[in-house]
Design a protein around this ligand. Structure first.
Ligand SMILES: [Zn+2]
Length: 334
């Protein structure tokens, strides 16, 4: 499949072997991640930093800001930063893979420290509204023009509604960041968020593994193609095709479907499909038209942040990113 590509990805943790949480990355690494993403049709993205101690997150944010400043391509492509955590639910299942010891209630002082470290680049903060006392951090972020996104949360409908009144406007990777089993069949965080999708832009991971296609089709229908957004939530092995990888303490296997899993296949570890493959799956498996798929991956995220963004467009062949039925074998290690 060939598609017009000028993707705008609101959640990228790493790419092409480069982990944005890695304290040792250099400017060449950031450039390489950007260059490979550009080759896969991404023109702009939010580098994402996830839960750690506030000082560690601050150090990582400062490093990304500094490296970005030194590289022209990174300056052009990294149009902002997405801070995911640490103000999320500590409950297993909702917390996902975020470090339990570092998860904490929202705190304006700590938030201010993170914003300062990100030097004005923060565009989205993902937090759990039920762990934001008096919604003080949500209001603080909204006052600073930063989009607040609910994620890794089990907020009640009332808590979500109050957070919306305080400035909440997005929902992070809806359908994930919640337990696989044991949620109420009707009153659960997915249904609550969907019921408010006229006020919350839901973001989705469209690899078919994070959210099964029939559910994804329902969620996108409920939110509407003018409001839903697709992110990759990519981790470092993304964009490298199939293979076995080491990322921090994690061993990751990426198979023919380009989904990142534990080597025994038992669970997902981050996300690895490039945007053109997400578009291909939105068309072939979810039933969207190309125009609709591009609204979710190009127009909606760009409009959301009020960015005009680069206007270049290019034709790219998804076989270049392993989109064939049998992608070329490739192995690497990080
Ligand atoms: Zn997450």
């Amino acid at each position: 499949m060939t598609s017009v590509a000028r993707f705008f990805d609101l959640q990228v943790n790493g790419y092409a072997g480069v982990d944005f949480q890695d304290d040792s990355i250099e400017v060449e690494d950031l450039h390489r991640a950007c260059a490979v993403m550009r080759g896969h049709g991404v023109v702009a993205f939010l580098a994402t930093v996830i839960t750690q101690d506030i000082d560690v997150m601050s150090r990582r944010l400062r490093r990304i800001v500094e490296l970005r400043q030194r590289d022209e391509l990174a300056r052009e492509m990294i149009v902002g930063i997405h801070i995911e955590g640490p103000f999320i639910s500590p409950l297993d299942g909702y917390r996902g893979a975020h470090l339990k010891r570092c998860v904490r209630p929202a705190d304006v002082g700590a938030m201010a420290q993170l914003l300062d470290a990100a030097d004005g680049l923060t565009r989205i903060v993902t937090l759990a509204p039920e762990h934001d006392a008096n919604l003080a951090t949500t209001k603080y972020l909204a006052d600073h023009g930063i989009r607040v996104s609910a994620g890794h949360t089990d907020a009640s409908l009332d808590e979500l509604s109050a957070a919306i009144d305080a400035g909440l406007s997005l929902f992070t990777h809806l359908g994930n960041g919640c337990p696989m089993h044991g949620m109420h069949r009707h009153d659960n965080i997915i249904e609550r968020a969907l019921s408010l999708s006229d006020k919350l832009h839901p973001m989705f991971i469209a690899d078919g593994a994070h959210v099964a296609y029939p559910a994804l089709r329902n969620y996108i229908r409920a939110a509407g193609v003018d409001r839903a957004i697709v992110v990759t939530d990519a981790v470092a092995p993304a964009g490298m095709g199939r293979g076995h990888f080491t990322m921090g303490n994690w061993e990751i296997t990426i198979g023919d479907d380009l989904v990142a899993r534990a080597p025994d296949g038992s669970h997902l570890i981050g996300s690895a499909i490039p945007m053109p493959i997400a578009v291909q799956r939105l068309i072939e498996n979810v039933g969207l038209t190309l125009d609709e798929a591009l609204r979710l991956t190009v127009e909606n995220p760009r409009k959301l942040l009020g960015l005009s963004g680069p206007t270049i467009s290019m034709h790219i062949d998804t076989t270049l990113v392993g989109g064939t039925a049998r992608p070329p074998a490739k192995a690497g290690a990080m």
